[in-house]
Structure formats: structure tokens, C-alpha cells
Design a protein around this ligand. Structure first.
Ligand SMILES: [Ca+2]
Ligand SMILES: [Ca+2]
Length: 514
């Protein structure tokens, strides 16, 4: 006969195994394919904490965002709906779009008995803007539902601000002056205090989103910038992309055309890379604190961890900075899923998408389906066997009826006006050679085109960036001429006024929110 203590232990084990798992949901803004598990990870990137998470689970090398922009990417992930189904392609507030009036991922968990708590940037923006977290989703949010993200960034010792939208610099203060530090500290404290189980804990980090303001110690780790391995780029890379591609590269928003012009003119490609990598390392350190708190908690063995980036980030490839395009550097994201006691330390090359997270977590937690139909696919078979048959492609959408279909080998882009790009990413990982006009690939294109959505919802109204991706504005020749004229005139005016891309002792703040 078993001793009572052993019996109790057995009962506890049974209870643990049968109890619903907790979820730690870590969002990172603008994190591209730099994590160590990517075969093409930047050789100088430092992501030790994300790498140790990767060692505990399945890491996806071909995971794509649904939209290469914060708001539509996150709105899609959180609702489980494609941008082409809702018309949310830009900065439209989720709450203004009737098709998005569904139970979001945390809301569905909350409806099914989970304690849901969050901090930082999980949704895009804040509640008053119609974008941010909802009271129906979260039992607790820090700093608050109305102000989900602490925006502190400290003061630049030296502020680098080339003409355009990029800006960076080491901060005078240490990391404790940063909002992301505070989000990590709060999440850590909440785990240490104890959370009613089962729980869904969302932790959203804002870096490496611009501006790249992080303490100097992180810049020092990538110094001197000239010694960093440069981002591969082909100067005539845009010559074989259709007009719409060039439009995406340079003209969809003000100042965009100036980014590469000024960075190249100043010779600052590696300085910008240094600032991005410093911001990645800073964020990785914050992630590490939350992982440490989980590891020492009673929840360590019963918590699923999902880490994801909302879209990629171009560092000068195709003479383009930031995101918003249908190229791989803008669309590919880190995605790591850790399920305790399951397969660990493996990569999976199947084409998956952020849209798949919602149905996967529903399945892993054993929850019923929500009332609306989730459009992604449950990744559980790939978590059991990363080389399992995966009959799906990943879809990324940038504005109405502009799509990229990704498979393990191919990426096929088709814009609303019929412009096309086709890349064999196994042979050509940087997407330098557009094969779309080669008749030899006609059949491949036909096969891939089957994965473009049959329905393209019209652009939902209400965007604060009303003209973003608006094809009414796509008079390419006029836009290009006007952009360059405006840019050159303003640049000249600024130079006459004593413009300098380097300034001292400036407060760091968030300018752009996208
Ligand atoms: Ca983002
Ligand atoms: Ca090219």
C-alpha cells in the first residue's frame, strides 16, 4: 500500500497534468530575423535569452506576419482573422471595424476561466485611440488599460537623426529609465507574487521599434560600428521590381524616400545597424528577466511560452528602411513556442503565420472554439513533429489586394495592379532576382496564386493614416516627382538653417507610433 505522502504526490501530479496550462505571451515590436536560431541570423546579433527559450521549444524559421505594420498585424493575430477578411490593412482602430467585433485571444481565454493580465505593447496603441487593450480582455493591465505602455526612454547623450524617419542614440541613464525595463520588472514581480491559475500573461516590449534609444552599454557591445558585418544589399535591386514595389519601398509615407538617401550619403548604414542590434540586445535582456521569473516560479512546468515579433524590419535592403513592404525582411518574424514536456530545441521550416497562434493556443489549452471562425491553422502537429506534412502557405497582406504567399521554397508577391515578384528563397534568400517574368515559372505562379485570398475586403474606414497604401494615391510618376521635389526642397531649406544629423543631450521620445 502506498504511503499517504506518496499517494498525495501522485494525486498532485495527476492534478498538474490535468490542469489547464498557463500561457506566457511575449510580444516584441519590430524584431526581425536576428534570433540565433535563424540560419541567416546576423552574425553580430546578441540574443542569449531568446536563444535559451528557443532551446526549450520549437522555433519557426519561416514564420510570417499577416501585415507588415503594427496595427493590422496585431489586430489580425489577436482576432484570428485575415486582414483581407476585415479590411484592416492600416491604422484603423479595431473597435471601429464591425468584422473585428469578436472575442480576441486573451478575451477568449478570460471567457473560459483564465486570469488574464498584461503589460506593455500587446495591441497597437492605447484604449482611447480605439486600438489598445479592452477591459473585456484583461483582469489587470499595467500601467493601465488606458495607458498600456510606459513610454519612458531617457535622454540621448548624442542623438543621431538623419533626414527621414530614423533616429537613435545611447542614453545618459541606465536601463531602469526605460519603459521596457519597467514592463519586465512589473511582469517579474507579478509572477513572483503569484497569479491565480490558469493564467494568460501578456508582456509586450516596444524595442527594437524606433527610436533606438538604449543605454550606452548596449551600443558598446557593437562598437566600433564599422567592424559589424554589413547588411548584404544590391544597389540595383529595385530595377527588376514592378512599379508598385518601388512605391512600397519609397513613397507610401512621408520621409520614407529620405531614409536610404541620407543614411547612404552619411555612410551610416553600420551605425544604424549598431543601434538596431543594441536595441535588440536590450530587449533580449528584458525578456530574460521574465523567463527567469517563470523558471523559479511554481508555474515553470505548466506554462506554455509563445514569443513573437509583429513584423520584420528592413535595414537598407532594397534601399528601404523600416517595414511596410511585402519583401521577406519586412514580413518574416521570430516565432518560438515552448510547450513543457514536449519536443524541444528544434527548428521548423514550414511556412507558418502569426494568425496560427490563436488556434494553436486554443488547442494546446483545450479550450472550445470561439464563436467566430479562426482563419489560421493549429500548429500542434508541427510542435510534435517539425517535419510533419504542412499543406498550408503563409499569407502577408499590405493594403487592399497586395499579397505575398510564402512557402518553404518560394515567395510570390502580387500587387493590386497585377505587378508581380517571384523569388526562390532557397537559392536567393535576399530576394535579389525577380523570376516572375520568366515563362519557366508560370506553373509555379499558378500553384502559389491559389493561396491568394478569394475575397479582398475594401479598406476599412477610420485610419489616422488615411492615405497609407491608398491606391487612389498611386500615381507613381506624380508621387515620385512630388516626393523627391518636396524632399529636396526641404533638405535644402534645412541645410541652410544649419541642419545637423547629430545633436547633443536631447530627450528621447516616441515620434512615430506605427
Ligand atoms: Ca511593429
Ligand atoms: Ca532585384
Amino acid at each position: 500500500m502506498l504511503k499517504p505522502a506518496v499517494l498525495l504526490l501522485l494525486l498532485m501530479n495527476t492534478t498538474l497534468a490535468d490542469s489547464p496550462p498557463n500561457v506566457l505571451f511575449i510580444a516584441i515590436d519590430d524584431l526581425r530575423d536576428v534570433a540565433g536560431y535563424f540560419p541567416e541570423a546576423h552574425p553580430d546579433a546578441r540574443t542569449p535569452n531568446i536563444d535559451r527559450l528557443s532551446a526549450r521549444g520549437i522555433s519557426f524559421t519561416n514564420a510570417y506576419c499577416q501585415a507588415p505594420m503594427c496595427a493590422p498585424s496585431r489586430n489580425s493575430l489577436m482576432t484570428g482573422l485575415l486582414p483581407s477578411s476585415t479590411g484592416c490593412y492600416g491604422f484603423q482602430p479595431r473597435r471601429d471595424i464591425p468584422a473585428m467585433d469578436v472575442a480576441t485571444l486573451p478575451e477568449h481565454f478570460r471567457n473560459n476561466g483564465y486570469t488574464t493580465i498584461g503589460t506593455g505593447k500587446i495591441h497597437h496603441g492605447s484604449a482611447p485611440s480605439g486600438h489598445g487593450p479592452d477591459p473585456e480582455e484583461w483582469d489587470e493591465y499595467w500601467p493601465s488599460i488606458e495607458r498600456p505602455r510606459d513610454k519612458s526612454m531617457g535622454t540621448y547623450a548624442t542623438h543621431y537623426q538623419p533626414w527621414g524617419n530614423l533616429e537613435w542614440g545611447a542614453t545618459v541613464e541606465g536601463e531602469e529609465a526605460q519603459g521596457d525595463y519597467k514592463h519586465a520588472e512589473w511582469a517579474t514581480r507579478r509572477i513572483d507574487q503569484g497569479i491565480t491559475q490558469p493564467f494568460f500573461l501578456g508582456v509586450g516590449f516596444y524595442r527594437p521599434h524606433l527610436p533606438w534609444a538604449v543605454p550606452s552599454a548596449f551600443f558598446d557591445d557593437f562598437s566600433p560600428a564599422d567592424a559589424l558585418s554589413p547588411i548584404p544589399r544590391k544597389e540595383d535591386d529595385l530595377d527588376d521590381v514592378p512599379e508598385a514595389g518601388e512605391f512600397f519601398a519609397h513613397y507610401i509615407s512621408a520621409g520614407r524616400v529620405a531614409d536610404d538617401y541620407t543614411i547612404s550619403r552619411l555612410g551610416w548604414n553600420n551605425e544604424a545597424l549598431q543601434a538596431y542590434l543594441a536595441s535588440v540586445e536590450f530587449t533580449d535582456r528584458q525578456v530574460g528577466k521574465v523567463l527567469d521569473a517563470l523558471a523559479r516560479s511554481p508555474y515553470a512546468d505548466n506554462t506554455i511560452v509563445v514569443l513573437w515579433g509583429d513584423h520584420g524590419f528592413q535595414l537598407g535592403e532594397k534601399k528601404t528602411w523600416k517595414k511596410f513592404t511585402l519583401w521577406r525582411e519586412s514580413d518574416r518574424v521570430p516565432l518560438i513556442i515552448v510547450v513543457p514536456d514536449k519536443l524541444a530545441g528544434k527548428t521548423c521550416n514550414a511556412p507558418v503565420q502569426l494568425l496560427d497562434i490563436y488556434p494553436t493556443l486554443v488547442a494546446l489549452a483545450g479550450l472550445p472554439q470561439p464563436d467566430h471562425t479562426l482563419e489560421g491553422h493549429d500548429l500542434s502537429p508541427l510542435l510534435e513533429n517539425p517535419t510533419a506534412d504542412w499543406p498550408y502557405a503563409a499569407l502577408t497582406t499590405a493594403g487592399e489586394n497586395n499579397h505575398a504567399v510564402s512557402t518553404e521554397r518560394w515567395r510570390y508577391i502580387r500587387y493590386f495592379d497585377g505587378g508581380e515578384e517571384l523569388y526562390d528563397i532557397q537559392q536567393d534568400p535576399h530576394e535579389w532576382t525577380n523570376l516572375a517574368n520568366d515563362p519557366a515559372y508560370a506553373e509555379i505562379k499558378t500553384i502559389l496564386a491559389a493561396d491568394f485570398p478569394a475575397y479582398n475586403a475594401p479598406n476599412a474606414p477610420g485610419s489616422t493614416f488615411a492615405d497609407f497604401y491608398d491606391r487612389g494615391n498611386w500615381d507613381m510618376a506624380a508621387t515620385k516627382a512630388e516626393s523627391m521635389r518636396t524632399f529636396e526642397a526641404e533638405f535644402e531649406k534645412a541645410q541652410q538653417a544649419g541642419y545637423s544629423p547629430i545633436k547633443k543631450e536631447q530627450p528621447a521620445s516616441t515620434k512615430a507610433t506605427n
